[in-house]
Design a protein. Structure first.
Length: 315
């Protein structure tokens, strides 16, 4: 089977391509600029330019729509142009080319941050807090209206080698610049990018039409995550604690007065509230089984981070 992956050169996209190739798929990587992706056919295009998408779909059986404008801050029009209009362009092209199935990378961010120990399932209330999360939910609703086989995967915070969030987490802990928001005993749900890729592939193979599935590698407290990272880096674990209310006010001010805020409401809620997302549906219906736990994920990130630092030092 030959598949197209949009956003193939991004963090999760590269893991998707690798997983698909490892399982015998032919992969066409849809990217905005020329890149090298071993084993994949490269097609340069842009989901916001509909004329490029139809050409990319020639001889394609299924599409992994993974491209998105993903950030916890930015201009509203940019999110809508890529995440809504871009998704509409991809869906229309798929319909015209009679693509057999689309698998859509959404986000567990659509649930918001209810700050409860109750399990969040695919049927839980949707309460997105920022524009990115809102456009992901709107995109899901948009795709559901098409008469086209569709399965949706919702990852939470995604970590692993090569990720921007991974780099920021490790660099801040290494430099002693990361603080707990509150006690640090709140639970956080994490997926390794390789597990996300696995779940997306399983969604193509086994996913039910118009169904959504959460993907989770593990759940731990923020303190467990920070302490494991610090131990693997060989540095002191974070000691400072900032009250949640104070951090949230600081985030609001940072978003108002900074073009690139170092602290956002999304980050405060991500690391300052409890969110336990259930992956039982994917386990039962897709046969998903996480390959990464806390220790394996941190080992993977730290190995990559140290190699990156060595290259920077020698360069």
């Amino acid at each position: 089977m030959k598949v197209l992956v949009t956003g193939a050169s991004g963090f999760i996209g590269r893991y998707i391509v690798k997983d698909l190739l490892n399982h015998g798929y032919e992969v066409r990587a849809f990217v905005r600029k020329k890149v090298e992706i071993e084993g994949a056919e490269i097609f340069i295009g842009d989901i916001t330019k509909k004329e490029t998408i139809e050409k990319a779909l020639s001889s394609i059986d299924a599409v992994f729509h993974n491209a998105a404008y993903a950030s916890d801050y930015g201009k509203k029009e940019d999110f809508y142009r890529v995440n809504i209009e871009g998704t509409k362009n991809v869906a229309n092209a798929c319909m015209k080319k009679e693509i057999k199935k689309m698998v859509y990378t959404s986000s567990a961010g659509i649930y918001g941050f209810p700050n409860t120990n109750e399990w969040i399932t695919e049927e839980s209330p949707k309460k997105p807090i920022n524009v990115y999360q809102k456009t992901k939910l709107l995109s899901e609703d948009l795709l559901q209206k098409y008469d086209m086989p569709l399965t949706i995967i919702r990852p939470p915070l995604v970590l692993g080698a090569g990720g921007k969030a991974s780099f920021l987490l490790l660099s801040k802990i290494e430099k002693g610049k990361l603080s707990y928001i509150g006690s640090g005993d709140n639970y956080i749900t994490i997926a390794h990018a390789a597990d996300v890729a696995q779940c997306l592939r399983l969604a193509l193979e086994k996913g039910k039409d118009k169904e959504a599935y959460n993907v989770v590698s593990f759940i731990c407290t923020v303190k467990q995550l920070f302490e494991e990272v610090a131990a693997r880096l060989g540095v002191k674990e974070p000691r400072r604690h900032i009250p949640y209310a104070l951090a949230y006010i600081a985030a609001i001010l940072s978003e108002i007065f900074s073009k690139e805020p170092s602290l956002t409401k999304f980050r405060v809620k991500s690391f300052g509230t409890t969110r336990r997302i259930s992956c039982e549906k994917a386990k039962k219906e897709l046969g998903f089984k996480a390959m990464y736990d806390l220790k394996a994920t941190v080992e993977d990130m730290v190995r990559w981070y140290k190699n990156l630092r060595k290259k920077e030092g020698s360069g």
